[in-house]
Design a protein around this ligand. Structure first.
Ligand SMILES: [Zn+2]
Length: 461
């Protein structure tokens, strides 16, 4: 690495590495320099934290030199800036601290105190610091990814601590981006790949930096503007990055030019880890059908999460428990006591729920056939109506409030024996939707008396 002779040390915060050729003279000179530094600045080198490492010389030779310096003998792997150097990151062992930290952050007591929405948010956020740091340098093996995903999955479904709680939605659907019908948690693998791909982009944009020079020195000297040097017989981080990139290229996600434009066939965007990650998810994932459902921001998250699960047919109805082999004694609808309690019965088939819909549609002054087979059918009916985007978004708020309130009242009846009152549910739907619009939409001045009459055309149409 002759080009590196001008850079004999790496210094970052309180971590310093000195590099030089192996000789007693060099070692003694380094000792003198550090002594001078101490005399001039008063900064003393902590011998306990310093070590000497030889790349090439025999062990007893290293120990002889260590004796001269009073340092410890260092060996590979070691930590530099919190990252293992010289470690085989294909093994799960070196990832153990990350996995443990991850598990500690997504702990049982937190799972117990949070709603599902809260648990989703937290399991998104824990990727923010240390794991993301490792994932931005090393390609995680399938085993590592599976361990991390397993911890997240158990946390989201409240399954930690050995209790076998039910998982209501396929994990792939929880991970999938929202524009693919998923819950948008994201895959750890796609984050890992996007973070690694960023090095390609950095490489092209920082040709004069030390690390790019090191890479050229090790991997060859391809000077073409898009050239990324790679010698496949040299193992290590850079080779892994290139392997990931080759995989992504096969899926047609690639960085197409020097300024970092990403092309996934039909869409071209400036490089960012987030866009790159979503391209990976789109190209490598499957779309989940959710019909007209949208993540309407005027509705609270917990309600959206409920409606999303309802559309996927994954809420905790009696039929769903029965289907999973859990015997509840009876399967009758918790509201009317008639037919088997399925998702569709609770949302559109139940006589009492039909009565709720009748009142709601009357109130919002649209005529909709309630002879639909599921909630998506109802949404379709609404989308067929004439009206502005804003109006449809408002109607959506009402519809989501309706299924939410019906479910709450069903639970009240099943668990606390509170009678199901159609008119009370309709009142609650009006109140909830009013409250949400007032606090979450631009219509903060909405008047309750006008909302009660749905006299809003001049404001919302
Ligand atoms: Zn019923």
């Amino acid at each position: 690495m002759s080009t590196l002779h001008s850079t004999p040390h790496l210094c970052y915060a309180d971590d310093v590495i000195f590099m030089g050729s192996w000789s007693k003279k060099n070692v003694m000179n380094l000792k003198r320099i550090l002594r001078c530094l101490q005399l001039v600045s008063g900064l003393k080198v902590n011998l306990m934290k310093s070590s000497l490492m030889g790349v090439g010389p025999k062990e007893d030779e290293v120990h002889r030199m260590v004796g001269l310096l009073n340092y410890k003998a260092g060996s590979l792997p070691f930590l530099y800036l919190g990252l293992p150097v010289g470690e085989n990151m294909k093994r799960i062992g070196p990832w153990r601290p990350i996995i443990d930290k991850f598990a500690k952050k997504l702990s049982n007591w937190k799972a117990k105190t949070l709603s599902m929405g809260g648990r989703i948010t937290l399991s998104k956020a824990v990727l923010g610091n240390l794991p993301a740091y490792y994932l931005s340098i090393f390609k995680a093996s399938v085993k590592v990814i599976n361990s991390l995903e397993g911890i997240r999955r158990a946390f989201v479904w409240g399954k930690l601590g050995g209790k076998n709680k039910l998982q209501w939605v396929a994990w792939k659907k929880v991970q999938a981006p929202k524009n693919m019908g998923g819950l948008g948690l994201g895959e750890i693998r796609s984050l890992n790949w996007a973070l690694l791909a960023k090095w390609k982009w950095r490489f092209r944009n920082n040709p004069t930096q030390l690390w790019t020079k090191v890479l050229r020195a090790i991997h060859g000297n391809d000077n073409s503007p898009l050239g990324i040097p790679i010698k496949r017989d040299r193992p290590g981080v850079w080779k892994d990055i290139n392997l990931v990139y080759a995989e992504l290229k096969k899926a047609r996600v690639e960085i197409t030019d020097n300024t970092g434009i990403v092309n996934n066939n039909d869409s071209i965007q400036t490089f960012s880890v987030a866009t790159f990650r979503s391209f990976v998810a789109e190209k490598m994932g499957k779309k989940t059908e959710v019909g007209h459902f949208t993540w309407n921001r005027w509705v609270p998250n917990k309600v959206l999460l409920f409606v999303w699960r309802l559309i996927l047919g994954s809420i905790a109805t009696k039929a769903a428990f029965d289907h999973r082999g859990i015997n509840l004694g009876n399967l009758e609808c918790g509201i009317c006591g008639g037919d088997v309690e399925t998702v569709n019965h609770l949302t559109v088939e139940c006589t009492l729920v039909k009565a709720v819909w009748w009142h709601v549609f009357n109130w919002i002054k649209i005529s909709v056939s309630v002879q639909v087979s599921d909630f998506n059918g109802l949404l379709d009916e609404v989308y067929k109506q004439k009206g502005s985007k804003i109006w449809k978004k408002t109607i959506e708020v009402v519809l989501y409030a309706a299924v939410w309130r019906v479910w709450k009242s069903r639970n009240g009846k099943v668990f606390e024996n509170i009678p199901f009152s159609v008119l009370k549910v309709v009142e609650e739907i009006k109140e909830d939707s009013y409250f949400w619009l007032k606090h979450r939409s631009p219509f903060s001045k909405l008047d309750w008396m006008r909302w009660r009459d749905f006299n809003i055309r001049d404001i919302i149409m």
